[in-house]
Every structure is written in C-alpha cells, then in structure tokens.
Design a protein around this ligand. Structure first.
Ligand SMILES: C[S@@+](CC[C@H](N)C(=O)[O-])C[C@H]1O[C@@H](n2cnc3c(N)ncnc32)[C@H](O)[C@@H]1O
Length: 279
C-alpha cells in the first residue's frame, strides 16, 4: 500500500487545546493576528492543507517542523494559510469618493508628489481601485510623481496583486467607465489590469509589525479590515506609526468595523472611518 493511502486524512486529525495555544501564540508573535479560543476550528481548517502538503500525521509533527531547520519557511506558509484575505474592487466605495472629492483636490500642487499606501492590500483590488480613482480624478496625473505602495504579509496575495489578473466576475464592482478604461479581458473568465494601471502600483511583502523600509511620507494610508484581527495595544502602536509616516494633515482610511476611538488621539475622525492626522 502506498504512503499516500496510509497517511491519515488531515480532516480527522485532532487539534488539541495545547497545540492550538502553541500555534496561536506563534501566529500572534509573527503577525499580530489574535486568535481567541473560538478560532480553533478556523485554525484547524486552514492548517489542514499544510499538514496534507507536508504529509504529516499530527499537529504535533507540524509544530516540530516549525521548530526545525525549515521552520522559517514554513512560518511564512503558516501565516499565508491563516490570514483572511477577503477583499474586492471599490469595497467600501465612500472611501474612494472621499479620495476623489476631498483629498486629491486639496493636494498642494507644488512639487506634484503623491504617495498612497495600501497597507494590508490582500490580492490587490484595493490599490488598483485607488489607482483607477487617481486616473479619473486627476486629469493631469501624467504630470505628477504619483505612486501607490501595496503591501501585505501574505506573500501569495502579493504575487496575485503583482500579476493583476482576476476572475472576470470580480471586476463587476468596478464602475463601467473605469472598467472599460483600465481592465482588459484575457479570456471569457479572466481579466487583467492595464499596464498603465499596474505602473502606478508597487507591490511588496511587508509585515506591518516589522520594520518599514520606506523613505518619505504618505499623503494617505488605506489600512482597511486589517487591524480588526489585532489586539488594542497592537492597533495603538500601528496607528502611531501611521501617524509618523503621514504628511501633516494626511489621511487614514480604516475598515467599517474598525475604530480609533480610545486607541489613538492623533487623528480627527471626519466620519465614515476617514481620519485626518492632527498631531
Ligand atoms: C481582510 S484583508 C483586507 C484587504 C483590503 N485592505 C480590503 O479592505 O479589502 C486583510 C489583509 O491584512 C493582511 N495582514 C494581516 N496581518 C498583517 C500584518 N501583520 N502585516 C501585513 N498585512 C497583514 C492579510 O494578509 C490580509 O490580506
């Protein structure tokens, strides 16, 4: 009988409370993602495919891999498996309306420099939505030094964003005029972002808890539906770092269920989860 047939079905492998606690502590230390006891089934489900890929008989064996010579590599795969990457083009569309109608028209024209950071960009729909908004709202964009930085801890997502190819149905939430201008059909099922749009966005793997290699400040940071997975002290440290990397009066957009209330006093809430740096 082959090894494949003898290997236990990872669906039947139990994740003990101690193993869950060990894995949750590792995930939290590396990524900031806080996994309460209620997430045991989620962790079990998401790491099953790692056990299957490595043909491991137990979570104890998986933890031994994490502690072994291949541990650093496997840690990246573990984080990729654990992250929740739900996203979409023009998700929470009021933020793109605010960007187009409030932030961009108020930019100082001197220097014509514009930097926007999509922090926790997942597979790229958010930074490409920002790029389309810039193209539409700034007729003289070609005369600007405009760049969008798109980063995520999940290296698989960064690769998807860089490729800029999506299932055609995902593009349905792009307003038709923008879709026509910036999206090409590759075949009946797949679309690709136009090269001119890709040229505006630079994708990089980056852990928000680690060092930030960027030099220069940002006019706006989109960090939406990311800190919801972090505890409050981690959120507070992150918002403080965003404040330090924004230009005076720069903007921070967070997700609909995220708040800076009692977490950071460095921003003024302008409504609908749009914040302006005040100190
Ligand atoms: C739910 S998605 C949100 C995507 C997009 N911002 C949006 O709102 O549509 C959250 C993303 O945050 C990323 N993330 C989680 N922890 C992170 C960390 N410590 N550093 C960087 N990215 C992280 C995940 O990999 C995931 O792609």
């Amino acid at each position: 009988m082959s090894a494949t047939l003898q290997a236990p079905d990872p669906g039947e492998i139990q994740l003990s409370a101690a193993e869950f606690a060990d894995l949750a502590a590792r995930v939290r230390r590396v990524s900031g993602i806080a996994l309460g006891e209620g997430k045991r089934d989620l962790v079990h489900g998401r790491l099953r495919r790692r056990l299957r890929a490595l043909r491991l008989p137990s979570f104890a064996a998986y933890i031994a891999v994490l502690d072994g010579p291949e541990g650093a590599e496997e840690e990246v795969r573990m984080i990729n498996a654990i992250t929740t990457n739900l996203t979409g083009f023009f998700r929470e569309p009021h933020h793109f309306a605010h960007l187009a109608q409030q932030l961009l028209p108020a930019l100082p024209r001197q220097g014509r420099r514009l930097r926007i950071w999509s922090a926790g960009c997942s597979s790229g729909e958010e930074p490409y939505s920002i790029a389309m908004t810039l193209c539409q709202a700034m007729p003289d964009l070609a005369q600007w030094d405009a760049r969008i930085l798109a980063t995520d801890i999940d290296t698989d997502m960064v690769a998807l964003g860089t490729a800029g190819r999506y299932a055609a149905e995902r593009a349905a939430s792009i307003p038709p005029a923008l879709r026509q201008a910036h999206v090409r059909a590759l075949d009946a099922e797949t679309v690709e972002m136009a090269p001119s749009l890709k040229a505006l966005v630079r994708f990089l793997p980056l852990n928000l808890l680690g060092a930030w290699p960027m030099r220069g400040r940002f006019d706006a940071v989109f960090c939406r539906n990311v800190v919801i997975y972090f505890d409050k002290p981690t959120q507070a440290r992150l918002f403080d770092r965003f404040a330090d990397i924004l230009v005076p009066g720069g903007h921070l957009y967070v997700g609909h269920s995220e708040t800076l209330h009692r977490v950071s006093d460095r921003f003024q809430h302008l409504g609908r989860t749009v914040h302006r740096l005040v100190r």
